[in-house]
Design a protein around this ligand. Structure first.
Ligand code: GDP
Length: 574
């Protein structure tokens, strides 16, 4: 009896794998995947199911007009895939194999250059792969706030299992919130042990579909190519389920994934378009680089007049080399592009010159709104890491959440800083227990404004993180009464407003202090002293027993007999 895979049956029926899986569910066969095999009988059953489903539509009486499907924002576009995993587990080999087998050769015959991304074709559908593997590149692209990757493929070698960088990669994928597919690689090796990989991942909370979980795992060999098609199939399945789309006529949304300076061609930037269409001759601004696109090239080095959503393209004609992760904006003309880019450059210079450290009050408020502290934790040993994690787990501050974005063994690296700095609006913090900070990491942290601290004593580490948590709550504010005054007379002054002539009953009146006005014992206004005069002179404060003129900001209905309570607001350190 021949057996067919779910996706093969789907292809024969002319429907998607997802529809077949749904149909199987209705037929009582759950827990199957697109790569699962079906018996002839089951395939037959499916054919009947779809035939029945299709048939009545023709003969049935005109059904009531079905509600229009929610209008998609655009048309389906190729998914953008990144490959992550531990060193030597086969990321590069996998990308090479897919490129060799699934990238159509161009007119020039084969691939002339690597531009940092390529587009593979499988069953007539395109998949865009980012050609720089690893979580460092993955997060560097994300660090500027935009998300370019749609699907992450985590490569785990079956002869080695889940390793330190595998766990790091998982944390980077989780932080990015993109769907993950596990490629269990090197299945051709004699020492390959798929079950161990599955068990390791299950311990981390990723259960495969065959165990009733939701993590897609595909055993394969990047070297021999066996199983690679299954991976591509799964990528398309996830893409169908997620419904990635883009509007070729919509607003341009595009991002740099790699850039370099070519001695002959000048600054080069590989851009992936997510929405809209990038065209040759477009005037663009990319951070503080600008220009009119002289040429767009595809992954085979051939001219590409237009890059629609999901397409990578090499951009020629920029004034400077933009960093990875920078957004591409289209403007009216090159003059406009230059003006914007130069203004940005000036602003960047100003910012570098100015002080960065004291965050403004607004920053603090913003942080208080997110009420979340994200921490990257590094320690020298597994024991140290567990102990530190435990200490942090015990910390509590009402209304604030602590999230350990990543916990790993070893020094603080550039990759840690990138991961943390991708969470800028959350107030990221990197803490190390008995580890050092690599020089490059320290410089990057400085440039990105990410605090990094290391400790030799776990208690100090926990204490500092607790302080940071409490700081997020914002300071507690307390009113301190400083004096009381009674309004004797009022004067309306043109262009200024109403001034209250007062006698200070107790304490003192201070310019700029807060004021609460009472009329017949009832509070009628709360505000701030805008100006304070004694005779004609502006004064800082007036003591009890004296008279003064008070103008209250935004309040012109103060009356004789009103009692003004004067107070200040002080911060009580958390
Ligand atoms: P990366 O560091 O994750 O990019 O790993 P590479 O792709 O450079 O692979 C590391 C080594 O593993 C190389 O010697 C590859 O030839 C080998 N390798 C990768 N995939 C496979 C595989 O599926 N089977 C076998 N036997 N070797 C593989």
């Amino acid at each position: 009896m021949t057996k067919k895979r779910v996706y093969e049956v789907a292809r024969e029926l002319g429907v998607s794998s997802k529809e077949v899986l749904e149909a199987l569910g209705e037929l009582g066969m759950t827990g199957l995947r697109a790569v699962s095999t079906l018996s002839d009988e089951d395939a037959q059953l499916l054919q009947e199911f779809f035939r029945e489903k299709g048939a009545p539509v023709v003969e049935a009486p005109p059904a009531p007009e079905p509600p229009p499907p929610p209008k998609p924002k655009g048309v389906p576009r190729p998914p953008v895939v990144a490959v992550l995993g531990h060193i030597d587990h086969g990321k590069t080999t996998l990308l090479d194999t897919i490129r060799k087998t699934r990238v159509a050769a161009g007119e020039a015959g084969g691939i002339t250059q690597s531009i940092g991304a390529y587009q593979a074709t499988f069953h007539g559908r395109a998949i865009t792969f980012i050609d720089t593997p690893g979580h460092r590149a993955f997060t560097a692209m994300r660090a500027r706030g935009a998300q370019i990757t749609d699907i992450a493929v985590l490569v785990v070698a079956a002869d080695d299992g889940v390793m330190a960088q595998t766990m790091e990669a998982i944390d980077h994928i989780k932080a990015a919130g993109v769907p993950m597919i596990v490629a269990i690689n090197k299945m051709d090796k004699p020492g390959a042990n798929k079950d161990r990989v599955v068990q390791d991942l299950a311990k981390l909370g990723f259960t495969p579909e065959e165990w009733g979980g939701s993590t897609i795992m595909v055993p394969l060999s990047a070297l021999t190519g066996q199983g690679v098609d299954d991976l591509l199939e799964m990528i398309l399945l996830v893409a169908d389920m997620e419904g990635f789309s883009g509007d070729p006529d919509g607003e341009l949304e595009a991002m740099v994934i790699e850039s370099s300076l070519d001695p002959a061609r000048g600054p080069l930037a590989t851009v992936i378009v997510k929405n809209g269409t990038l065209r040759e001759r477009d005037a663009i601004v990319v951070g503080s680089a600008y220009g009119r696109i002289r040429a767009l090239l595809d992954h085979r080095g051939e001219r590409l007049p237009a890059a629609p959503p999901g397409t990578p393209a090499l951009v020629l004609g920029l004034s400077a080399v933009p960093p990875a992760g920078e957004r591409v904006e289209r403007v009216a003309d090159p003059t406009e592009a230059r003006r914007i880019a130069e203004a940005r450059e000036r602003a960047a210079v100003e910012a570098r010159r100015g002080t960065r450290s004291p965050r403004t009050f607004e920053d603090l408020l913003q942080a208080a709104q997110t009420k979340k502290l994200v921490v990257v934790l590094k320690a020298a040993t597994a024991g140290g890491l567990e102990a530190a994690r435990h200490e942090l787990g015990n910390l509590k501050a009402d209304g604030v959440e602590l999230e350990i974005l990543h916990a790993g063994i070893g020094p603080v690296t550039e990759s840690d800083v990138l991961l943390a700095s991708a969470e800028q609006d959350m107030q990221p913090l990197i803490v190390g227990y008995a580890v050092r900070v690599e020089g490059k990491a320290a410089r990057l942290a400085e440039a990105r404004g990410v605090p990094v601290r290391t400790y030799d004593i776990i208690y100090d580490l926990a204490l500092d993180v607790e302080r940071a948590l409490k700081r997020l709550l914002g300071p507690e504010l307390r009113e301190v009464k400083v004096g009381e005054a009674e309004v004797l007379k009022t004067f309306d002054i043109d262009g200024v407003g109403r001034v209250a002539g007062c006698s200070v009953r107790s304490g003192r009146v201070v310019r700029g202090a807060k004021v609460r006005a009472y009329r017949n014992g009832e509070e009628v206004f709360v505000g701030e002293i805008a100006s304070l005069k004694r005779f004609a002179d502006d004064v800082r404060e007036v003591q009890a027993g004296r008279e003064c003129g008070i103008r209250i900001r935004d309040w012109n209905s103060v009356q004789p007999g009103d009692v003004l309570e004067i107070y200040t607001v002080e911060e009580v350190p958390a």
